[in-house]
Ligand binder design. Sequence first.
Ligand code: SF4
Length: 130
Amino acid sequence: MSVSVTPAEHADHLADRAARDHARAADALRVDQPWRSGAACQGQGLVMDPPAEEVKAAQELGVERLLWRSAKELCWSCGVYDRCQAWVLSLPKEADVTGVCGGMTEGERRRVRRKRAAESAAQEENRESA
Ligand code: SF4
């Protein structure tokens, strides 16, 4: 038996999923972080965390940066940007949110965490050898 899904139903499904995924992160933010009430990304799940199919299509077309740009522009205009960025970078990589958060993509946050860990290890080594 085959199940037919109309393009509109498929679009609704993708929208629901992206909104849910980002809402989950937003819920966690709201619980722990009262400043989240000033977030510019509320209700912008599809912009901050587009469906994987959309990201893949943008990668294939070589326009992934444009896809993330609209999300980053929201962050750059956000009144709680600094607090959000400090918060998201304080999370261990396993607990990171999906999509753009704190003005950075997941890959950019991974690189910042790696760099900080390397700097911290180098400082520790210097202290031990002093
Ligand atoms: S900095 Fe970006 S992700 Fe963070 S609360 Fe503001 S708009 Fe949302």
